[in-house]
Design a protein around this ligand. Structure first.
Ligand code: ADP
Ligand code: MG
Ligand code: MG
Length: 920
């Protein structure tokens, strides 16, 4: 093994337009190293250097922190190559070579070692630099920076527990006090050469005091120390925590880049900066970024001095600006994506130090993708693949005015559960929220947690804020379905329902006070911060903006049009009202995939009839109550059919346990008793009877319709009468009736019998023919296991993956908050299974059920209607197991469409490469 490794290439050189590596070698050379090589190859001005591969990092940890034997010689060759190109030499007393040692994982990673600049300086070479540059201040500035960086990251001279300032900073301050009559606040640039010389002496003293070691004078020792520190930092706590969070395997390792220095701090003709080829926030095609003259490296981001926008370079350094503009075009032309790059100007000459694909907001992602197609930089397929589906959320969400948010007072952090910005007066219960909203106020509903009883308040509110609960809590779920802004689990908030106050950090807010929440970032602000609906919503939903007046909308529409060209999997919506239906269709839904009929029973007087039905002891009484509900339900369905204009609608029969419809506290029971003219005891007795130890597994789903067939009968009648009514107006109707929670074929058979009979009756009565399907939800494992049997009756399956996940994992979603965090931390699970389909477990059942279903009924229609239908990863999975559609909440329809298109394009690409390799 030792032999094989001797022959191995551990060091890749770049410089003088030649490079051993290239941009595709990110795994081996890290992101920075691979792109330094690539930029060198295409002729950009990159200072020469070399990259030590990530394999050395792996070796280092596999072999008790030692290096492969062959490495030293290869490093020496690398240094020699730089020396030859530049005519300088490491440690030379006339022309010393100075280098930067830079870490370089595949993606830049916080927690990794900071870059060390000016390595190679010591008490002798600094004199050479002074002489060669004719600029003593510059030379000593480089030297003191080097000791500071090296002392900090390699020798560990850092803040000790209890110390407030970095020790090197303290030394600088003391020096300033000595030099400037006690003033520690003068800028660093004011310290002259002599002062910096003194600083070097004091820095070295500090290192000696803190480490007991002298600062290394030999450049080769310095180099060795710096390289070791980069590899060492791969396993420091911060890096490990970061990798765990972002699922980066520790085997990847980091590379080390050693590169000749260029100097941005030689005077006012030099500088350094970071820039983007386009604006990463808006996507606008402008040269965007900032720089500082007479500055080195991290000064730009460190915030010590305020950098200037790159546009200013046009006047400060016109030649350099023109050169950078040229480079900006070359970069985009070559990398075909927006680049985020770092540069240094040395005496007017530009050098490139880094480039990578720039991170961007959702808004920018869409704009850049669409405009790059127009510019013929990329094709439309690439554009579709470029926009992370999840990021579309940001494009659709209402937004805070950018300047307003800067001025606002931040008060708490929570989970970003419903993206967007909302502002309103706070109310602590649903009832008062509704009243306030009816009175024309903008309302934020603030609860410790929400429950179905809060639904009306949630609907009335602009946004929802909870102190407890995760991103799959009731509040979050409902917020997503309704496209409401929501911050949940803001645990610093103390909600006192009795006093009607919210206290946080010593501040108290009363009911009626204003708060603002940012559901994209999960932040809570005091007071009123200005908001607006996204332009896309203004065009499609509010219709308050014309399409041709909104560039953002046009970009979005273009992207969606490309999606439709690529996609196979259709996207439906979960909607319970005509309004939600209309919104979803505006967003491109191709029908309703889940209409939860129970939501219709909460409004107005309906809940009374519903309660009467539940309290009824005899079938007759129950039927009478149901007859009161029938017209409501029929009207709801008719409204939705009108909006659908011929698109299909999957309607699920009553699903939740009945006790959810009854009041639980005594006062409300009393009210109900008075209203219904029965004794309060009777009501509390019934509530008691209906109480279940485990409602999720109790009397719900089709079990309701089995025990009370008259409920299913009423619902079927409502659907078909509505269908007949709408069809008579010349509008096509395609109801798909869905029986929930089926685990036995007989359950479905009994319910389908009712549906078919009522359908016949209504068609006869109304003298119409209605096209409809009857199918089932697959949401308990038994249903999936016997899917072939069930498919004899079911004309379609829709996977109810919320319950299927709960029942397959034996894990209650609402109780999982207490342990899921630990599970993710320990990597027992990678993602929250209630947000992203657990593909290996639940997904296996789904896949199996699809195949069994198709075996019995080859043309069986397959869909999914759990919350997962709006999750991009899950959508891609649904594409792969061959579902016909996914269904998700209206405001996630565009996201699902994008994910579905991406899945189809990824397939097409695999197909293409497979064909190609066959040809060969
Ligand atoms: P990070 O990964 O944190 O961006 P870098 O290795 O890119 O760290 O280094 C940070 C900064 O140090 C760069 O933006 C650049 O200004 C400066 N720097 C890096 N290499 C050199 C070099 N060869 N010459 C001059 N400055 C450099
Ligand atoms: Mg960098
Ligand atoms: Mg269910």
């Amino acid at each position: 093994m030792a032999k094989a490794s001797t022959a191995k290439k551990y060091v890749f050189l770049f410089g003088n337009k030649k490079a051993d590596g290239n941009g595709s070698m990110k795994a081996l050379l890290g992101g920075k190293g691979a792109n330094l090589a690539e930029m060198t190859r295409i002729g950009l001005p990159v200072p020469p250097g070399f990259t030590i591969t990530t394999e050395v990092c792996t070796y280092y940890y596999a072999n008790k922190r030692t290096y492969p034997k062959a490495l030293q010689a290869q490093i020496e060759k690398g240094v020699a190559n730089m020396e030859q190109i530049l005519g300088k030499k490491l440690g030379d007393l006339q022309k010393p070579l100075l280098v930067a040692v830079r870490s370089g994982a595949r993606d830049s990673m916080p927690g990794m070692m900071d870059t060390i600049l000016n390595l190679g300086l010591n008490d002798q070479t600094v004199l050479a630099l002074e002489k060669a540059s004719g600029n003593p201040r510059f030379a000593w500035d480089c030297y003191r920076r080097f000791i500071q960086m090296y002392g900090d990251v390699v020798m560990g001279v850092q803040k000790r527990p209890g110390e407030e300032h970095e020790p090197f900073e303290t030394v600088i301050e003391n020096l300033k006090k000595d030099l400037f009559a006690g003033d520690a606040h003068v800028e660093d640039t004011k310290i002259g050469a002599e002062g910096l010389k003194e600083l070097v002496v004091r820095f070295k003293q500090l290192v000696k005091e803190r480490t007991g070691q002298a600062f290394p004078e030999n450049p080769w020792d310095q180099l060795k120390g710096a390289i070791g520190a980069v590899f060492g930092s791969w396993m420091n706590d911060r890096a490990i925590v970061y990798r765990r969070k972002y699922n980066i395997p520790s085997e990847w390792g980091t590379a080390v880049n050693v590169q000749a220095m260029v100097f941005g701090n030689t005077g006012e003709k030099s500088g350094s900066g970071v820039a983007f080829t386009r604006d990463p926030a808006s996507g606008e095609k402008i040269f965007y970024g900032e720089f500082l003259m007479n500055a080195q490296g991290e000064d730009v981001v460190a915030g010590v001095r305020t950098p200037l926008p790159v546009a200013k370079l046009k006047t400060t350094a016109p030649h350099a600006y023109a050169e950078l503009e040229g480079i900006r075009k070359i970069l985009e032309g070559h990398f075909k994506d927006m680049q985020d790059f770092e540069f240094t100007i040395e005496d007017g000459k530009v050098f490139m130090l880094q480039t990578r694909n720039g991170k961007r907001t959702g808004l920018a992602a869409v704009r850049i993708a669409v405009e790059m197609v127009k510019e013929k930089l990329i094709d439309w397929q690439t554009a579709v693949m470029r926009v992370p589906a999840e990021q579309l959320d940001q494009v659709l969400a209402p937004v805070f005015d950018r300047n307003a948010i800067k001025a606002a007072k931040f008060i708490a952090k929570g989970l970003p559960a419903g993206p967007g910005a909302a502002c309103g007066k706070i109310y602590f219960n649903a009832e008062r929220s509704v009243e306030a909203a009816n009175a024309g106020e903008k309302v934020l509903l603030v609860r410790v947690e929400t429950s179905p009883e809060d639904l009306r308040g949630m609907i009335a509110a602009e946004g929802i804020l909870t102190a407890r609960g995760g991103v799959s809590s009731h509040a979050a779920l409902v917020a997503r379905q309704m496209g409401k802004v929501c911050v949940c689990g803001a645990s610093a908030l103390q909600v006192d329902y009795t006093a009607k106050t919210l206290s946080v950090g010593g501040q108290i807010f009363n009911e009626g006070d204003y708060l603002s929440i940012d559901g994209t970032a999960g932040e809570v602000y005091a007071g009123q911060v200005k908001t607006a609906a996204s332009e896309i919503v203004q065009v499609l939903v509010e219709k308050s903006l014309k399409a041709k007046e909104s560039q953002t909308y046009q970009n979005y529409a273009q992207l969606m049009q490309w999606c439709d060209k690529a996609t196979r999997l259709l996207v439906r919506t979960n909607a319970d009202t005509p309004e939600q239906t209309a919104n979803a269709i505006a967003f491109g839904a191709s029908g309703i995939g889940l209409c939860r009929t129970e939501h219709m029973f909460f409004e107005g007087n309906r809940i009374d009839a519903m309660r009467e039905m539940i309290l009824a002891e005899k079938t007759d009484n129950r039927k009478r109550a149901l007859a009161k509900l029938l017209p409501y339900q029929r009207a709801d369905f008719a409204g939705m059919f009108m909006e659908l204009k011929g698109l299909p609608a999957t309607i699920r029969f009553l699903d939740p346990p009945l006790h959810e419809f009854l009041p639980h506290d005594h006062a409300a029971q009393n009210d109900l008793a008075n209203k219904m003219n029965v004794s309060v005891d009777k009501i509390s007795k019934r509530v008691h009877e209906l109480h279940e130890f485990n409602p999720m597994l109790g009397h719900r789903g089709c079990r309701l319709g089995i025990v009370y067939p008259e409920i299913s009968e009423m619902q079927a009648r409502a659907v078909f009468e509505a269908a007949a009514e709408v069809q008579k107006k010349g509008i096509k109707v395609k109801p798909e009736i869905m029986i929930p929670l089926v685990g036995f074929k007989k359950e479905l058979d009994l319910q389908v019998e009712i549906v078919q009979r009522v359908a016949q009756e209504v068609m006869k009565e109304r003298k119409v023919k209605i096209n409809y399907l009857v199918g089932t939800m697959i949401e308990v494992p038994r249903g999936a296991l016997i899917a072939d049997e069930i498919a004899q009756t079911a004309e379609f399956f829709s996977f109810g993956t919320n319950d299927l996940t709960q029942t397959t994992l034996g894990m209650s979603r609402d109780d999982s908050g207490s342990f899921l965090g630990a599970y993710q931390e320990l990597e027992i699970i990678k993602k929250n299974p209630f947000a992203t389909v657990d593909q290996t477990g639940v997904g296996k059942l789904m896949h199996m059920a699809c195949e069994l279903g198709r075996k019995t009924r080859p043309d069986i229609k397959l869909g999914i209607c759990g919350e997962h239908g709006g999750d991009p990863d899950s959508v891609k999975f649904c594409h792969h197991i061959g579902l016909n559609y996914v269904s998700c909440s209206p405001f996630r329809v565009p996201i699902a469409r994008l994910a579905a298109a991406q899945a189809a394009l990824a397939d097409a690409k695999i197909g293409k490469t497979a064909k190609k390799s066959k040809k060969r």
